[in-house]
Write a new protein. Structure first.
Length: 748
């Protein structure tokens, strides 16, 4: 489907009509035509005798009040190569002034311009609003790059942008090597804005017409290239080097890290990281023919020795941007194609994306984006039109998903909040004495991505549609403090997401078990976090503190009281940890679970504490053998048990503890997809395991939250973000939350 194309002349006259219409409306406002805004603009008056013209600011350096033949003027003199010499004067703009004409005389002598093109003699002009914010458009700066033949008269006129209250007048020698800049007889006066508006409209239309005409030529040239070669990228296979320059034609030579390679007569571009953190980038622009709605980019690449940089996006990638006919960026930019690990030799890649209606040029930037090390080879780049229909359909689906995902922010509705819980024997009671049985899901996501807002929607769906009365919310204390490379706000956004979830759950009469999703053994930093978090949410009736996710690889003494945590042995169930994170979980002093309880209680928070057992929370057998925690005057402690479809000895691991203390089965579930870190034969079929486990939960009235209410965090309860229950786990869990009773045929 092609877009309608308007000729440059039609678009130009459209622009003229719009601007003139707006100008005619604005012209009805009153203006003090002819009023002068600069008293003592001839610099003659010095009534206070301070050897400086009255009403004018003095310069920090390089300024003098000169005199010749009884005529006074201001002189700016260079104080040294590269030094800035500037007069800074703020001139108030009366409310009814809409345009200004500025006339003056100037003399430039002995000028040697600086290293940059704008390092010359010039008058900078800027506008400020009432709040002293910059207002645009800014008038062009009158400039001089060479000496004048004595005094010369100058004049410019400009419109006052809406909201401007002050004109910053800044004549200067802008970092020149040397020179003098003399000013005299400065007059700023109000003038009729209408001629300026009309001229601006004509100039805009002319510029637009030229841009359109140039763009049409470029689009036609791109169409011809495509028709001839089937590829919008010339020399996309890097084979042509007509100049024998040792570099492929039509490709810019990289500043660092680039080489032109050949292997068995096949040429390709190589980017190699010269040192950690340095950017290595190729930059190529490709014009797109008229009427193209979508493009397909295909290429081959090879990534070797890659070590990612400090930020998550510091990897090997091809970044893409759009430019319009005026050379400015056009949104939205296509998503980048990125690689964060080595490839197995050369691999073929494909990327499709939509073309914005006002885009002319695609900017393609293959790069090693501030990586620590690595080599990125690319070859056989082909860019050609493709059907927009699949991409438009996908975009529509994403928009629908975003609309479905949106949950309006709610203010706390305290009359809807649940009652504060406390432990009575091995059960939970509210403040009225009624027993409360917590059942729900883990709203996963915030333990791995600090900007993930999906758990907000998950909370509402779990409560309203799945009938959960408890949300376990996995989180990360580093994100709470804004320590992720993804975060630039000190954790404010992350804390706000958690607060929204707590409010949404509480407003629906449900509870939130905030889970510090850490592993191995608690450290002092975790105790410090709980002091902070508990102080904020102390005695909030809907909040429970699940103080540490999955202790393991330590003794029961260290589990309770803390101590040195050494090298871990045995099966590793750290499905969510990188090797680097695993290494951090050994060789440190632990504060123990009691240390976390003490941290919470030190704030005055009485909220129920949930303490995870040993062996990845799968073992609570020693709690009744001297390892129960001291609650220190709070509303009680629940002990957390995690079990999946490869664990056995259900009763031996927790039954004795469940007879004395309330149990929180914080993670439970089964998946048809096998976990790689557990022997496949040990993982039972969910269709037999899940009904028995739900029967076991119901028989012993265990508080529970299923893992996981996320389609990519196995065992998955949902298959998509429409919250479709998985048939092997989510369907059964949803039925249990709705009240269906399951028969326990056998324990494991």
């Amino acid at each position: 489907m092609l877009r309608p194309f308007l000729s440059p002349s039609v678009r130009a006259w459209q622009a003229i009509f719009v601007v003139l219409f707006l100008a005619s409306v604005a012209a009805n406002a009153s203006a003090a035509i002819g009023d002068t805004l600069t008293p003592n603009g001839d610099f003659e008056t010095d009534a206070d005798g301070d050897n400086w013209p009255d009403g004018w600011a003095t310069l920090k350096a390089g300024g003098t009040w000169g005199s010749e033949n009884d005529n006074h003027f201001l002189r700016l003199s260079s104080t040294g190569p590269g030094e800035m010499v500037m007069l800074y004067q703020e001139i108030p703009i009366p409310a009814d002034v809409q345009a200004i004409e500025m006339t003056w005389k100037q003399r430039v002598s002995d000028l040697k311009v600086g290293k940059q093109s704008w390092f010359d003699a010039r008058i900078l002009l800027e506008f400020l609003d009432a709040a002293r914010n910059k207002v645009t458009p800014t008038p062009g700066a009158p400039t001089s790059r060479k000496d004048t033949d004595g005094w010369v008269e100058k004049k410019i006129s400009f419109l006052i942008p809406t909201g401007a209250k002050t004109l910053k007048f800044m004549p200067c020698l802008f970092q020149v090597e040397s020179g003098q800049f003399d000013l005299d007889d400065l007059v700023l006066q109000s003038v009729d804005p209408q001629p300026l508006r009309e001229k601006a409209a004509m100039d805009l239309a002319a510029r637009q017409a030229k841009l359109e005409a140039d763009a049409k030529k470029r689009r036609d040239k791109a169409a011809a290239r495509l028709a001839e070669s089937g590829n919008l990228i010339s020399n996309g296979n890097f084979e042509t080097d007509k100049k024998q320059a040792g570099w492929p034609d039509d490709w810019g030579k990289l500043k660092v890290g680039g080489s032109y390679e050949v292997d068995a007569e096949n040429h390709y571009l190589r980017m190699t990281s010269p040192k950690p953190g340095e950017m290595v980038m190729e930059y190529r622009t490709i014009d797109v023919p008229a009427g193209v709605e979508a493009l397909e980019l295909t290429w081959r690449q090879r990534v070797t020795g890659l070590k990612k940089g400090e930020a998550p996006h510091f990897d090997a990638r091809i970044m893409l941007d759009w430019l319009g006919i005026d050379g400015k960026k056009v949104k939205p930019s296509p998503a980048p194609s990125y690689s964060q690990k080595d490839t197995d030799g050369w691999v073929e890649k494909r990327h499709t994306f939509l073309v914005p209606s006002d885009a002319l040029t695609l900017v393609m930037m293959p790069c090693l984006f501030q990586v620590k090390a690595g080599t990125f080879d690319i070859d056989d780049l082909v860019l050609k039109p493709t059907s927009a229909e699949p991409l438009l359909a996908a975009a529509k689906l994403r928009a629908e998903e975003q609309a479905f995902k949106f949950v309006p922010r709610e203010e706390p509705k305290r009359d809807k909040w649940p009652s504060m819980l406390h432990v009575v024997g091995n059960r939970l009671h509210d403040e009225s004495g009624a027993e409360v049985w917590l059942q729900g899901v883990n709203a996963g996501g915030l333990e791995t991505l600090p900007q993930d807002t999906q758990p907000i929607k998950s909370t509402v769906v779990a409560i309203e549609d799945w009938h959960a009365n408890c949300i376990r919310l996995p989180m990360n204390e580093a994100f709470w403090y804004g320590k992720s490379p993804y975060q630039k706000d000190g954790g404010e956004g992350y804390r706000d997401i958690i607060d929204q979830i707590i409010t949404l759950a509480a407003n629906r009469g449900a509870y939130v078990a905030v889970d510090l999703h850490r592993f191995r053994a608690p450290k002092q930093e975790h105790a410090d976090f709980w002091k902070d978090f508990a102080a904020k949410y102390k005695n909030h009736p809907a909040v429970l503190f699940d103080v540490f996710n999955e202790p393991h690889g330590i003794s029961w003494d260290v589990w309770k009281n803390g101590g040195f945590v050494g090298t871990k042995e045995g099966t590793d169930e750290s499905a969510f940890l990188s090797e680097e994170e695993k290494k951090k979980n050994q060789g440190f002093e632990s504060v123990g679970m009691q240390g976390l309880v003490d941290a919470v209680r030190s704030t005055g928070a009485k909220n129920i504490v949930i303490a995870g057992g040993m062996s990845w929370c799968n073992d609570l057998s020693k709690i009744t053998e001297g390892y129960a925690l001291d609650d220190k005057g709070g509303n009680g402690i629940m002990y957390s048990w995690h079990t999946y479809h490869w664990h056995n000895d259900w009763e031996g691991k927790m039954l004795a503890t469940s007879e004395k203390y309330p149990i929180f089965l914080g993670e439970v579930g089964a998946d048809v997809t096998k976990f790689s870190f557990i022997p496949a034969a040990a993982q039972e079929d969910p269709y037999t395991w899940v009904p028995d486990m739900l029967g076991f939960i119901q028989k012993h009235k265990l508080n529970w939250t299923g893992w996981c209410f996320h389609p990519k965090s196995s065992p998955i309860m949902i298959s998509d973000w429409k919250y479709t229950p998985t048939p092997f786990w989510g369907k059964f869990a949803k039925e249990a939350l709705e009240g269906k009773q399951f028969e326990l045929k056998r324990t494991r």
